[in-house]
Design a protein around this ligand. Structure first.
Ligand code: OGA
Ligand code: MN
Length: 299
């Protein structure tokens, strides 16, 4: 088919792509084999991927030779995209893409260098947190740089009854700024937020246990990255309860470790998982492009 006629093909009349969904051995995640996102994806195939995303919470699509435009267009099929508050790290001409990178060029940080240093769910500090995020590998270090994903449905299942009674029906505060400038963020990755940026990241309150809006499953929805306290508990009890919940969230058997390969596209569900950047030696270059899809208000 010529380039011109393939460009005219509407997504719904595109030929099927014979991809397979192969679940990982561990608790969560699946690899999608035989998918090419540089080619159009018809409605039925899109529905299969959507279903797989709900079933497995993290989809690994290897070797996707896609442009930022294609990354954005694919992401948009799942919902409206969110623009990150750190405007200085958005891809030029494509503000829907956040550059996640430790690279410094001419004294300037190319991207957000320490994204995901603590377990978190993307944008849980917003009234409408993210449904899911897609990271596309651009440049990878020769060692380290893995991303870990933990299943928050299984986390909630693991909470003992006594602790369940303490948190059930409660809400917790989430803040982008609480840990933003903490000493634990070594290096100089975090620019001072302007008044305009601060206004976009006011503290929000979400249920401690949320219902996944598409599957109806319960998931724990707190994480050390952005959760600051449980509303209505004394400060020391809130801290203690959160520590217990964090520990139960990242039990080894409920974690998938993603080892990045060139051109990987990884799409995860922020309503079902928390994730963590394992980090890499500072002198090794790492760069990924992220899109973030807006989700519903947690309930
Ligand atoms: C993110 C994130 C982790 C990583 O981009 O949302 O948390 O390993 N990244 O880069
Ligand atoms: Mn993240």
């Amino acid at each position: 088919m010529s380039v011109a006629s393939s460009a005219l093909l509407s997504v719904d009349s595109a030929p099927p792509q014979p991809f397979r969904i192969v679940p990982f051995d561990g608790a969560v995640g699946a690899e999608v084999l035989g998918l090419d996102l540089s080619q159009p994806l018809n409605g039925d195939d899109f529905q299969r991927l959507h279903r797989a995303h709900l079933d497995h919470a993290v989809l690994v699509m290897r070797d996707q030779r896609i442009t930022p435009e294609q990354h954005i267009a694919f992401s948009r099929r799942f919902g409206p995209l969110q623009i990150h508050v750190l405007k200085q790290f958005l891809l030029e001409q494509h503000p829907e893409i956040l550059i996640v990178s430790n690279i410094v060029e001419d004294g300037r940080n190319l991207g957000l260098g320490d994204a995901g240093k603590f377990w978190h769910s993307d944008l849980s500090y917003k009234l409408l947190p993210s449904l899911g995020s897609m990271l596309h590998a651009q440049e990878l270090p020769s060692e380290g740089g893995d991303t870990l994903f933990a299943d928050m449905h299984k986390a909630w299942d693991a909470v003992p009854d006594a602790l369940r009674r303490v948190v059930k029906g409660r809400e917790a505060a989430h803040s982008y700024t609480a840990r933003y400038a903490e000493d634990r963020f070594t290096g100089n990755w975090r620019p001072t937020l302007t008044a305009e940026q601060l206004a976009q990241v006011q503290e929000v309150i979400h249920p401690v246990v949320r219902t996944h809006p598409e599957t109806g499953r319960q998931a724990l929805f707190v994480s050390e990255g952005f959760t600051t306290r449980i509303i209505g508990l004394p400060e020391d009890e809130s801290r203690d309860v959160l520590q217990q919940l964090y520990a139960l969230s990242v039990l080894e058997q409920n974690v998938y470790r993603h080892r990045w390969q060139p051109h990987d596209l990884v799409f995860w569900d922020n309503r079902s998982l928390i994730h963590l950047a394992a980090g890499c030696p500072a002198h090794l270059r790492r760069k990924l492009y992220r899109t973030t899809i807006q989700g519903d208000a947690p309930f």
